[in-house]
Unconditional design. Structure first.
Length: 195
């Protein structure tokens, strides 16, 4: 549940940050910004069924660890290059991130519900769906607060640079969540195997 919460918080936080970064920091038109995010978003959707098939064939551990790892690498790249991102970097890093999220998202929910007794499956699904909504609110609100705080600072940076700076602070926040999520997945599978 906690790993699933973190995946959603990260995913929706990134989905909030990137369109703003593209439009404000890189001065892209809104339609162009949307098209730039389409490959990553599309691969996120496509990788869901592919990740589910992998789970059925080889088990959950490898797909989820790979997915969470790719997601973490994507956020790490956004963090490292936060102040100097260009459109090609955004597209490339978001593709890496999207592939990872697509693999990890559904499979984390599946494996979380797998060992529940049949009569408790509905409660498990309700817990995951409730956390998904709450995680989205947390991810977007914290990222929005960090960007807004940077934009309102009184310094020599222009508005675009302030937006890039606030986005970088948000990427750092999301990276902390991603590393925690990856660690929880590794620990969770170790415990799962031992039980």
């Amino acid at each position: 549940l906690v790993a699933f919460f973190l995946i959603n918080a990260i995913m929706l936080g990134i989905s909030f940050l990137l369109p703003n970064y593209l439009q404000v920091a890189l001065l892209c038109e809104s339609m162009l910004a949307g098209f730039m995010l389409l490959p990553g978003a599309g691969l996120n959707a496509i990788m869901g069924p592919i990740g589910g098939t992998a789970l059925d064939k080889i088990g959950a551990k490898i797909p989820i660890i790979i997915g969470t790892g790719l997601m973490t690498v994507g956020v790490l790249l956004f963090t490292i290059f936060g102040m100097s991102l260009n459109t090609y970097m955004v597209i490339g890093f978001y593709i890496i991130f999207g592939i990872g999220c697509g693999i990890a998202f559904g499979n984390t929910m599946t494996i979380g519900n797998l060992r529940l007794p049949v009569q408790q499956k509905a409660y498990g699904n309700t817990s995951f769906n409730t956390l998904m909504q709450f995680a989205g609110a947390v991810g977007t609100s914290v990222c929005a607060a960090l960007v807004s705080s940077a934009q309102s600072m009184d310094n020599s940076m222009n508005y675009a640079e302030k937006t890039a700076g606030g986005s970088t602070h948000s990427f750092i926040f999301l990276l902390i969540l991603a590393v925690a999520c990856f660690a929880l997945q590794v620990i969770g599978f170790k415990t799962y195997k031992e039980n």
